[in-house]
Design a protein around this ligand. Structure first.
Ligand SMILES: CC(=O)SCCNC(=O)CCNC(=O)[C@H](O)C(C)(C)COP(=O)(O)OP(=O)(O)OC[C@H]1O[C@@H](n2cnc3c(N)ncnc32)[C@H](O)[C@@H]1OP(=O)(O)O
Ligand SMILES: CC(C)C(=O)C(=O)O
Length: 515
C-alpha cells in the first residue's frame, strides 16, 4: 500500500488573503462545498479572530460542510485560539492550526522576542487548543529561513505539547527543493518524538518553486501538502492543489505515494474559484489553463488524432475538462481539418482539400484561429479558389476616413493575367466596386447588399451577400473574410464570374443555333 499524502486546502484562508476584496460569507460557503467535493483531507477556511464576518464564515462552514476536517488559523495567543475553538465547535472534525515565526529575521524584527519566548508561546497555545480538539497543527512560520537546529528545538516541544501535525512553511518562497528535502531529513533524523506527528509543508511561489518544493518534501518524508486551488495566495501564491494532486496521480509508481483527491472535480473547482475570487487563470496554467489540453500545431494534432497519449499525459476528462481542443491555426495540417469536417458531418467529396487548405491558411494568417463556422462558410460560400474562374482576387488595399473620400486599389488576375485598378468613393466598399468595374469593363446595378457576422464575438468573419443585375438579369454573389471590405469584394467578384459564365453559356447556345 503506497503512503497517503494528505491534501490540506487553504484556498479559503491563505488564498483569500490575496484577494483585493474579502469573500462574502455566501461565497465562502459555496466554495467550501465545491472544495469538499474534491475530497480534500483538511480544509482551512479562515482566521476566526480577524473579524466577526470571518468568525461567522468559519462557524457556518463548520456547521454545514461535511467530509473534510475543518480548520481555522490562530496566532500563538489565547484570544486567537479561543476564537478558533469557538468557531470550530460545530464541526464534526475540527482542527486548530496555530503558528509563530521562528526565523531570526522574524523573531528580531517582527515579534521582537527570542526563540525561547516564541517556543513558550507556541507550547501554551497548543496546550490551550487541545482543550478544544485533539487535532492541533503547529506551524513554524518562515521555517524556510530558520536554522535547522532551531526548528528541531521548537518542533520537539510543540509535539510534546500535543501538536499532531507539524507544518514547515516556506513563507516567502525562498527555499529550493534540495533545501526543503534537507530540512525534512534533518528533522526526521534529529527530533526524538518526530514519529508522533505528521510532517506538513506549506510552500509559496515567489520563485516559482512551490510545487517542486512540495514534491521534494514529500519525497523526503512529508505526508501533508498545504495548497490552494489555482495556486492563489499571498503575493505569487501558494502551491497549486491541482498540480500536486495530478503529479501524485500520474507519477504514483515513481513517487510511491497517493492522495484521495477526486481529480475529475478539479476543473469545475478551478473555474468557480477563478470566478468567485475574480482571479482569472492564465491560459498556460498547468492542468486547468485554457491551453492545458489545447493542441495547436499540426504535428501535435496529427499525433493526438492517431494516439491521444502522443501529446497528452493525462486525459482532459481525468481533471473534469470536457474534451481536448484541436485549435485550427496556420500551424495546423490537413489531418485536423479533415477530422473536424468529418465530425461536422462532411464527406471528403464535399470539398477539394488542396484548395480548401490554401484558403484556410490565408484565413488563419489573417485571423489566428479558424473556427468550425469559418470552415463551413468557406465550403458553403465556395470561397475555394476555382482555377477556372475568369476573375480572381489578388489583393484589396482600401483606405477610408471620415474627413475625405475613401480610396481602394484592387488587384485581380483576369484570364491568368495580373491587373490592378484604383478608384475613390463615398466609402471603401463603393471605391472597391468602382475599381472592379474598371478592371472588368462591366457595370452592374446593385439591388441588395447584406453584411452579417458568421460567428460569435470579435473573431467572427464578415459575410456579405450581394444581389446585382446585369443586362436585366439578377446574380447572387457571396463572400466571407475577416475584413468586411474584402468580403464585399469577394462577393462582387463572384457576381462578375457568374455573369461571365452566363455569357459563355449564351455564346455556346448562339453557336449551336448558328450551326
Ligand atoms: C504567513 C501568514 O499568512 S500568517 C496569516 C496572516 N493572516 C492575517 O493576518 C489575518 C488578518 N489579520 C488580522 O486580522 C490582524 O492582523 C490580527 C487580528 C491577526 C491582529 O491584528 P492586531 O492585533 O491589530 O495586530 P497587527 O495585525 O497590527 O500586528 C500583528 C501583531 O501580532 C503579532 N504576531 C504576529 N504573528 C504572531 C503569532 N504567530 N503569534 C503571536 N503573535 C503574533 C505581531 O508581533 C503583532 O504584535 P504587536 O502589535 O505586539 O507588534
Ligand atoms: C501561517 C502559515 C502556515 C502561513 O500561511 C505561511 O507561513 O505562509
Amino acid at each position: 500500500m503506497k503512503d497517503k499524502v494528505w491534501i490540506f486546502d487553504t484556498t479559503l484562508r491563505d488564498g483569500e488573503q490575496a484577494l483585493k476584496a474579502s469573500l462574502t460569507e455566501d461565497d465562502k460557503i459555496q466554495l467550501a462545498h465545491t472544495i469538499s467535493r474534491l475530497n480534500v483531507d483538511v480544509m482551512e477556511v479562515g482566521f476566526p479572530v480577524s473579524s466577526p464576518a470571518d468568525f461567522r464564515s468559519v462557524q457556518r462552514i463548520a456547521t454545514e460542510v461535511k467530509g473534510p476536517i475543518i480548520c481555522g488559523l490562530a496566532r500563538a495567543v489565547a484570544k486567537d485560539i479561543e476564537a478558533c475553538g469557538e468557531a470550530l465547535r460545530p464541526a464534526e472534525q475540527g482542527r486548530i492550526h496555530t503558528f509563530i515565526a521562528t526565523s531570526p529575521l522574524h523573531l528580531e524584527h517582527k515579534l521582537r522576542m527570542s526563540l525561547d519566548d516564541a517556543t513558550a508561546m507556541a507550547v501554551k497555545s497548543i496546550q490551550l487548543a487541545r482543550n478544544y480538539t485533539d487535532d492541533v497543527e503547529f506551524s513554524c512560520e518562515d521555517a524556510g529561513r530558520t536554522p535547522h537546529w532551531d526548528l528541531c528545538r521548537i518542533v520537539e516541544k510543540a509535539i510534546d505539547a500535543g501538536a499532531s501535525t507539524i507544518n514547515l512553511p516556506d513563507t516567502v518562497g525562498y527555499v529550493t527543493p534540495d533545501e526543503y528535502a534537507a530540512m525534512i531529513h534533518h528533522l526526521m533524523n534529529n527530533v526524538p518524538n518526530i514519529d508522533k506527528a505528521r510532517l506538513s509543508v506549506h510552500c509559496h511561489n515567489d520563485l516559482g518553486l512551490a510545487v517542486a518544493n512540495s514534491i521534494a518534501a514529500v519525497q523526503a518524508g512529508a505526508r501533508q501538502i498545504e495548497c490552494t486551488i489555482n495556486g492563489i495566495g499571498e503575493r505569487a501564491g501558494n502551491c497549486s492543489l491541482e498540480e500536486v494532486a495530478m503529479i501524485m496521480k500520474m507519477r504514483e509508481d515513481h513517487l510511491k505515494v497517493h492522495t484521495d483527491i477526486r481529480s475529475e472535480e478539479i476543473y469545475r473547482a478551478s473555474r468557480q474559484v477563478a470566478k468567485i475570487c475574480n482571479m482569472p487563470v492564465q491560459p498556460n496554467k498547468a492542468i486547468v489553463g485554457e491551453n492545458a489540453f489545447a493542441h495547436s500545431s499540426g504535428i501535435h494534432q496529427d499525433g493526438v488524432l492517431k494516439a491521444q497519449n502522443t501529446y497528452e499525459i493525462m486525459s482532459p476528462e481525468s481533471v473534469g475538462v470536457p474534451n481536448n481542443q484541436l485549435n485550427m491555426t496556420s500551424r495546423s495540417g490537413r489531418h485536423v481539418i479533415e477530422h473536424r469536417l468529418e465530425e461536422l458531418g462532411y464527406q471528403k467529396s464535399d470539398y477539394d482539400m488542396d484548395s480548401l487548405y490554401s484558403s484556410f491558411l490565408a484565413l488563419a494568417d489573417q485571423k489566428g484561429t479558424v473556427y468550425d463556422y469559418d470552415l463551413e462558410a468557406m465550403i458553403y460560400f465556395n470561397q475555394i479558389k476555382d482555377k477556372d474562374e475568369k476573375y480572381q482576387l489578388e489583393f484589396v488595399n482600401s483606405t477610408s476616413n471620415s474627413q475625405s473620400v475613401a480610396s481602394s486599389t484592387i488587384g485581380m488576375t483576369i484570364d491568368g493575367e495580373s491587373k490592378q485598378e484604383a478608384a475613390t468613393g463615398n466609402g471603401p466598399v463603393e471605391a472597391s466596386f468602382l475599381a472592379i468595374e474598371r478592371l472588368t469593363g462591366m457595370s452592374v446595378e446593385m439591388i441588395e447588399y447584406n453584411l452579417e457576422a458568421t460567428g460569435q464575438g470579435a473573431s467572427s468573419l464578415g459575410q456579405v451577400n450581394i444581389i446585382a443585375k446585369y443586362d436585366g438579369r439578377p446574380y447572387h454573389g457571396a463572400g466571407i473574410a475577416a475584413d468586411v471590405v474584402e468580403a464585399s469584394v469577394r462577393a462582387m467578384i463572384r457576381v462578375y464570374n457568374l455573369i461571365y459564365r452566363a455569357q459563355k453559356v449564351s455564346d455556346l447556345k448562339q453557336q449551336r443555333k448558328a450551326g
